[in-house]
Each structure stands twice: as structure tokens, then as C-alpha cells.
Design a binder for this molecule. Structure first.
Ligand code: IPE
Ligand code: IPE
Ligand code: MG
Length: 245
């Protein structure tokens, strides 16, 4: 394990926007799908390293609400790739104590993928070495809107008073409300944007952007991000003196 001792502060929850697959492939004169395939093969090492480092939650952005707007052939390829990846990796993840969860608008996902998701979640539900969340058909705006709707239904049903809606009751209706918010938000591929990934749950995340394209993202690059995180003072609104004092 390289340079683990460098990190004095390990984030509890790391979230990654795995971006740059298409450009990586194009640079090599290959179709975008080739980039997705090579990119998907990089996930394994990052999951493994996260577990070794004692990170509790790793959330990977695999497919956004907006990615449905891509050409049908690319969308189909990505759905099939997720199915194949899950089938290939589930046994190892299960054995390693990884708990797999999916977040996103499930009803849009193909039936075949939903079956594999249900099976993977059921098989790993009691694992606790690392929680691996795959965000598929996920958007932060979808998550927040859905929570608002649930609360509105509770108010309409007389279960909840409008004045009882606060940050805590709202957060309780969001995806993975039982888990800590993101501490470290990594985006590969050079873009400096969130692209509708975690909105609420990244309120106090530290951001790390790298030009490295996802298929080139290595465990060493991951350590760079973790080192940056370790060097940051998280103040959560307080003064530096309050936090270090
Ligand atoms: C990220 O890579 C993977 C998904 C969005 C599914 P991209 O496909 O966005 O790659 P670029 O940004 O076009 O290089
Ligand atoms: C974000 O990347 C989504 C994933 C990595 C799954 P995009 O490539 O879709 O983001 P934009 O469109 O460049 O903002
Ligand atoms: Mg992209």
C-alpha cells in the first residue's frame, strides 16, 4: 500500500465523478465505448484501496439523469456494461465484505439491470467493510425533488406539519440518509463542475479536480487526492482558531 501513512485525515465518505472516458478513447482514435470499457476496469482498484484505507463509503457516479440524453447506442452500451461488471465482480465484492447499494431513479433502468442490482444488494446487505454506492440514473436535483414530494405527501396526509420541515427532516428523506455526507468530492477529466451529482450531500465536501481522464486514474492519483484532503482545514463555518484551538 503506497504512502498510506501520509494521510493523517481519512475521509469517511469519498464521492467520485468518473469523467473523461470518451475523450480518452478519442485521443486513441477509438470509439467512446472503448473508453467506458477501460474506465470500468479501473473501478476495482479504487474500491479495493478505499477498503484498505478504512474509508466507510465510496460513491461512484456511473450514469447521470442527464446521460439519458446521449445517443441510444452509447446508453445501451453503458447499461450492458453495468450488468456485465456487476455479474463479474459481485462474488469478489461479497467475499471482501463490501456492501453494494444503488442510488438513482430506478424505474428508468432496464429490467435486466434492475434484477442484477436487486441480487447484488441482497447478497451484500449485511457486509460492512465498505459501502460502495453506484449512482446510476442519479441526479442531485432528482434526489432533492423526490424528498420534497415525500414531505409534501406527509403534510397533505396530516402526518407532518409544515413547520416541522427543517434540515434534519428534509435530509432524512434523501438517498443514503443513513450515511455521512461526502467529505471528499473528486472529479477526473478536467471539468470544474458538479454536473448534478451530490448537491445537498456535498454541502461541506472538499473538492479535488484533476485533469487526469478516468481511464488513467490510478491508485497513486487517488492518493494525491487523499493527500490534498488531508492537508485541508475543515471549518464548517467556524474560524480557523476555533477549529484548531
Ligand atoms: C464519463 O465519461 C462516463 C459517463 C458519463 C457515463 P464521459 O463519457 O463523459 O467522457 P467524456 O467527458 O466525453 O470524455
Ligand atoms: C458526469 O459526467 C456524469 C458521470 C461521470 C457519470 P458528464 O460527462 O455527463 O458531465 P457533463 O455533461 O460534461 O457536465
Ligand atoms: Mg464527460
Amino acid at each position: 500500500m503506497p504512502e498510506q501513512s501520509d494521510h493523517t485525515q481519512i475521509p469517511r465518505h469519498v464521492a467520485i465523478v468518473m469523467d473523461g472516458n470518451g475523450r480518452w478513447a478519442r485521443q486513441r482514435g477509438r470509439p467512446r465505448t472503448y473508453g467506458h470499457k477501460v474506465g470500468s476496469s479501473k473501478v476495482h482498484d479504487i474500491v479495493e484501496e478505499s477498503k484498505e484505507l478504512g474509508i466507510e463509503v465510496l460513491t461512484l457516479f456511473a450514469f447521470s439523469s442527464e446521460n439519458w440524453k446521449r445517443p441510444k447506442s452509447e446508453v445501451n452500451f453503458l447499461m450492458e456494461l453495468m450488468i456485465q461488471m456487476l455479474k463479474k465482480e459481485i462474488r469478489k465484492l461479497e467475499a471482501k465484505g463490501v456492501q453494494l447499494r444503488f442510488i438513482g431513479q430506478r424505474e428508468l433502468l432496464p429490467e435486466k439491470l434492475l434484477k442484477v442490482i436487486a441480487d447484488s444488494e441482497a447478497r451484500t446487505r449485511n457486509n460492512n467493510a465498505l459501502i460502495l454506492q453506484i449512482a446510476a440514473s442519479y441526479g442531485g436535483q432528482w434526489d432533492i425533488t423526490r424528498a420534497a414530494r415525500v414531505l409534501a405527501e406527509k403534510v397533505a396526509g396530516g402526518e407532518l406539519l409544515p413547520e416541522q420541515i427543517d434540515e434534519k427532516t428534509f435530509a432524512a428523506e434523501l438517498a443514503f440518509s443513513d450515511l455521512p455526507d461526502a467529505d471528499l468530492f473528486i472529479r477526473t477529466g478536467g471539468e470544474l463542475r458538479i454536473s448534478n451529482f451530490l448537491l445537498w450531500q456535498a454541502a461541506y465536501a472538499e473538492f479535488y479536480f484533476t485533469d487526469v481522464l478516468w481511464p488513467d486514474f490510478s491508485v497513486d492519483e487517488y492518493h494525491n487526492a487523499l493527500r490534498h484532503f488531508s492537508g485541508r482545514q475543515r471549518r464548517f463555518g467556524q474560524t480557523g482558531e476555533q477549529v484548531s484551538g
